[in-house]
Design a protein around this ligand. Structure first.
Ligand code: S3P
Length: 160
């Protein structure tokens, strides 16, 4: 079964997954390639629901693999996704406070983060708060990111 990295945008899921395994899959990239459509386009066209449905289908497809998978920050929003994640071999929650996350997001303006680009800081904070309990609900391991690099995080993770 797959191992998943979960957490809010900017928590370092993709970087850590790629440092852990060069074959790791980033679900956002996978979805963009599979459907040939950039994520921001779904949001621009008012089709977030379609994006969420496709994200869920991809999760279902990947959960039975042996891959290491970096999820999108919103994966825990759907109850069905949380149930799927509970079937995985491991679900690692990368936890970081809101302010450092926000600073990271400002530095790293990835175009596949339409929510960061469109939401006011206060609204993003509310989204962050709402999701914390959902990440905790499905996590098998919680890693405090603090100011540690991906290689330091991996060392800690493998040593536990
Ligand atoms: C989203 C996070 C993004 C991407 C999409 C929606 C979210 O992924 O899936 O923009 O709802 O938090 P990252 O967490 O990899 O930035």
């Amino acid at each position: 079964m797959a191992k998943f990295l979960i957490g809010f945008m900017g928590s370092g899921k993709t970087t850590l997954a790629k440092a852990w395994s060069k074959d790791a899959i980033d679900m956002d990239d996978y979805l963009e390639q599979k459907y040939g459509r950039p994520i921001c386009d779904y949001f621009d066209q008012g089709e977030e629901d379609l994006f969420r449905q496709r994200e869920s289908e991809i999760l279902q497809e990947l959960v039975a693999t042996d891959q290491i998978i970096a999820t999108g920050g919103g994966i825990v929003e759907k109850a069905i996704n949380r149930e799927l994640l509970k079937e995985a071999e491991a679900v690692i929650f990368l936890r970081l406070d809101f302010e450092p996350l926000y600073e990271r997001l400002k530095q790293d303006r990835k175009t596949n983060r339409p929510l960061f680009l469109s939401l006011k800081k206060e609204d993003l904070y509310h989204l962050f708060l709402k999701r914390q309990a959902l990440y905790e609900e499905v996590a098998t391991t919680i890693i405090e990111v603090a100011d540690r690099t991906p290689s330091e995080l991996i060392k800690d993770f493998l040593n536990q």
